[in-house]
Design a protein around this ligand. Sequence first.
Ligand SMILES: Cc1ncc(COP(=O)(O)O)c(C=O)c1O
Length: 244
Amino acid sequence: MDDEGIVVDAIPDDCRLVYVTPSHQFPLGVPMSMARRVALIDCARRHDAAILEDDYDTEFRYTGRPLEPLRSLDSSGRVLYIGSFSKVLLPGLRLGFLVAPPGLRPALAKAKYLTDWHSASLTQAALAEFMDSGEFARHIRRTRREYAARREVVCRVVARELPDLRLIPSSAGLHVSAFSATPVRPMVRAARRAGVRIYTLGDFTGVRDALDGFVFGFGAIPRDRIEPGQRELRTFADSDRALT
Ligand SMILES: Cc1ncc(COP(=O)(O)O)c(C=O)c1O
């Protein structure tokens, strides 16, 4: 990864499948640039590979124009586009969708059948009704406003209270991430002593201390609890400095 998204030149030649989150890279948050999107599709074509495009939270876009999904840019039929209702509605629904190239559909339908037969029919029917009635679109507009306000608080308070952190630019989704100029482990330990769990970038990379930084999710926290929570983070940072 760099600040334009996946580094296409680093993809090994024998790669057959690339999984990406171009709208809002997880966990860093950066959107994939148009040049990288085009290069990734070209790379997949050269290596006869498929691309899994996970567009998990793009309904919540706060700034800028949405970039074309890989699925729309690709003319060679090698992009599988996945969407989820977990962020836009609720994770407990367990509903999502996959837009697949026609040649893959029979195999995917069989795989789904073998996995769990089918997703819950009643829930799907209720969701279809929710969409047809216009309530789904209204829900997205309403929640986007709320999440934009929460995101603004997170970014403002990080910039003010946590000078060691540098927010990573992003324009969508339900989390923002930040790189830390100092190692995160001591602060995580101080927080844990106080019964607070903090998500670090390392938690999501598989290599615990590969990156120093934090992931701030704001999907489930009321707006007025964000600032006190982040001020508490400041006390963990300070208490750690006092100990060292
Ligand atoms: C990167 C990413 N993709 C997809 C999802 C949604 O997964 P699911 O639809 O299985 O709930 C999440 C949820 O947190 C996510 O972080």
